[in-house]
Design a protein around this ligand. Sequence first.
Ligand code: DGI
Ligand code: FE
Ligand code: FE
Length: 399
Amino acid sequence: MKIGVYGGTFNPPHLGHLTSARFAMDYLGLDRLLFMPAGDPPHKELPPNSPPAQTRLELMEAAADSMLLPGRVEVDHMEVRREGKSYTADTLQELHDQYPDDELWLLMGTDMFLTLQHWKKPEVICSLAHLAAFARTQADTGEMLELQAKYLSETYGAKCAVIQLPQITPVSSTQLRGLLAKGEGRQYLPPAVYGDILRQGLYGTHADMKNLTHADLTACSLSMVYAKRHAHILGVAQTAVELAKRWGGDEELAFRAGILHDCTKYLSLREHLAICEQYGLELDDMERSSAKLLHAKTGAALARHLYGQPDQVYEAICWHTTGKPDMTLLEKIIYIADYMEPNRRFDGVEEMRRLCGTDLDAALLMGLEMSVEDLKERDIPIHQNTQGALDWVLEHRKG
Ligand code: DGI
Ligand code: FE
Ligand code: FE
């Protein structure tokens, strides 16, 4: 197996890192890629406004997750965990012990490649891994890189590849930190990384969490969940706005409820219960033991308390999983949008989408009936609000 090792301070990780990683994987035919954030980089001091290594690691996790290649792309914690300076020779030794039969490829930018002979134990590095240098500009491709490759191969027996990137993301982490402090630069970051930066107020950002723009609210919500759920969340927000437009609902509130509805989806039961405790949410026995039911309650609580959303948004998120008797228009819209947004696939989804244009309550009924049937099939207890919603729609549609 070919394993790429992409080290750096990743302060913060940005789209330039991800596009070059992606390109190197194809170019070199890598089976796996390990991002390796440095704990304490030996070659430079981190600037004073840098977050701690653990936080850079978490940003890197979010960035790597956004590549949507689980199992192939991972973040390795080895250097952050290790005491003292993060020397590449030590890291490669450890990786070689871990993967003795695999071919390691060390990926690096031009500057690093050109100074490799000054690193600690270059002969060890070159004996344990092949080297791949990203050429950042056209000028980089020239003689210098070739000369260096020749020198490293003659001196240390290194095997080198120079990777000419087809398109260059025109930003460095240094420039990006400057932009972030001015409230700019989001276009160079995966949305989830930007959202994490905003939520934690890193790099001099100071977003007012209770008055975020659509773009910033989106980034914050996406940063709270795995990237595999991003398309669904964006789909729900967009569908909710369309339904609000069609049925005379509040498009702004539909967007906010849609974009936040699943923001706590991946919290553990214990984390859900802590949020419920913090905000004094009353729970019944079934809710207390089900993270699946609780994500609606805790999502609503964070929408209200963290993101400053009004009661209608709170309620729409609160009832998006079960429904309830006497649903408002916005509550119906979020429930239905969650069911039939464009990424959903199930028998009948086209019929439900059609009903959304002609009879919203019929679409709601269809969703509730399918949910109850599905829960019964899987032997999952039906919550009283789910049953109550179904009974209410049946009753209400008769009249
Ligand atoms: O969060 P999503 O996946 O987008 O969808 P959702 O919020 O409708 O959550 C679906 C999950 O909620 C599914 O795993 C089943 C669970 N669920 C929905 N209604 C009930 C329920 N679980 C129980 N125990 N009882 C219900 O009535
Ligand atoms: Fe949900
Ligand atoms: Fe959802």
